[in-house]
Ligand binder design. Sequence first.
Ligand code: ADP
Ligand code: MG
Length: 526
Amino acid sequence: MKEKPAIGIDLGTTNSCVALAQGNRPEVIPNRSGSRITPSFFAVGASGEVLIGHPAKRQGITNPRNTIHGVKRLVGRKFSSPEVQDEIKNLPYQLLAGPNDETRIQIGNEIYSPEEISAFILKEMRKIASEFLGAEVREAVVTVPAFFTDAQRQGTRNAGRIAGLDILRIINEPTAAALAYSMGRRQEETIAVYDWGGGTFDISTLVIGPGVVEVLSTYGDSHLGGEDIDNTLVQFLLGEFQDIHQADISGDPLARQRLKEAAEKAKVELSERMESKILLPFLATGAKGPQHLEINLHRNDLEEMSVHLVRRTIDICAESLALASLKAEEIDHVILVGGQSRMPMVRRELEKFFGKPPVRGVNPDEVVALGAAIQAQVLQTGGEGILLLDLVPRSLGIATYGGHFSSLIKRGTRIPTSTDHTFTTPNDNQTAVEINLLQGESAKAAENELLGKFILSGIEPAPRGVPRVEVKVAVDADGIVRVEARDQASGRSRSLTVTSAHGLTEEDIARMAKTSDRLGLADKKG
Ligand code: ADP
Ligand code: MG
């Protein structure tokens, strides 16, 4: 019997990549235009047509309000969260608050959730694979940053379902990269995977050996990426424009979009060369006619502007080592992942910190998708091959009386895992308790992230301290959390899988799966 194809998808903030493992060698599947990565762009064109990938990115300049990018930074985040509020300042498209303070995107008269937009990208990746194989692909392993919260993982799962994908497993990007890197290596090695993409930064330390990839620690910032460097450069260019023309064009979306593109292009060029010329004719029109911007940028200028961001990644590396009780010199190899890791200053700072240069010969754009494909193959052939041992990236627990955080599963615990703990009531005759599931490291509940909450009622009246409420918290292999509370005396219990804390309901997902079909991306039958 022919095995069903299962693919690996690196669903990136900026670019996505799809790979397939058949036989012993995983390979990246190029898209129709021959490109091995596809921009994570979605757009609605002038006549209402849906565009995804390169065609969407190309028309972004002339259609900024209807061209959506960087949506991964919005998935699983509340509209009023500082991250989203910070994001809004730099986005040419429209965000608004949904029913429960969820983040929504407006394109024309249509409102989309970030998950829906992610689903369009996933669908495109699936289509690339299906066309390549000449057969419909349904099963996939999809990667997420190791430091993604539960809500963000759930958001990604929901996006997969909207795209009609059966997500076999969600794995962490650095783990996937380590898996791909470990193929064909015989010795046990301690490695660090440094992944700096467009929107997120992740660092993991791992031990790899024949047949096993074990994560020792993982740390990161899901809001620190190449886009932050682009935005810093845009701010600089706006300032230069102001100096030259005495005009503030920061409120002009078209000008901003052109500046952003020029900034990114210059940044990428400065990884190869020492100088780059930014030339933007007719950027705006003033009283005296058209206003242009022409600037020669030196690599040193860019480094000066972005050194604080690079240093932040190094600080996070130090934290990640501390979590694993490792010294920098105990790392045998540093693997670079993500386009932003191509910046020469990154290599330099890493060499300073680890005392050795990062490994060459790993393609930072492709290694994550390759690892996901390997894992997809492993899962499909019944779990034989490689053992992946991953971790809970942040501690999980519940809020207790007085606003304290009671941590039930410590960060660094291997997944899947579960734990039971018995609590009681702080007041006499209390018949209900509220269970607040939180993620974070602070001893104060309010400083950690709320994943979800529910009320367990029907507790039999008793003096305080007498009722016994058993709380069970479990994390599955996808890193998704479930909590259950049970009153021992009454036997009443309630549970919560953290699905809709910020996100979509089952009905939403079903409806969106239909709509995204209606928009002309339906699967081919047969
Ligand atoms: P993601 O995983 O977030 O989708 P990628 O790994 O594709 O992101 O990285 C995208 C980021 O890398 C962008 O910010 C892009 O500008 C940056 N980038 C790509 N190539 C280079 C380069 N040669 N030098 C510096 N930055 C680069
Ligand atoms: Mg990436």
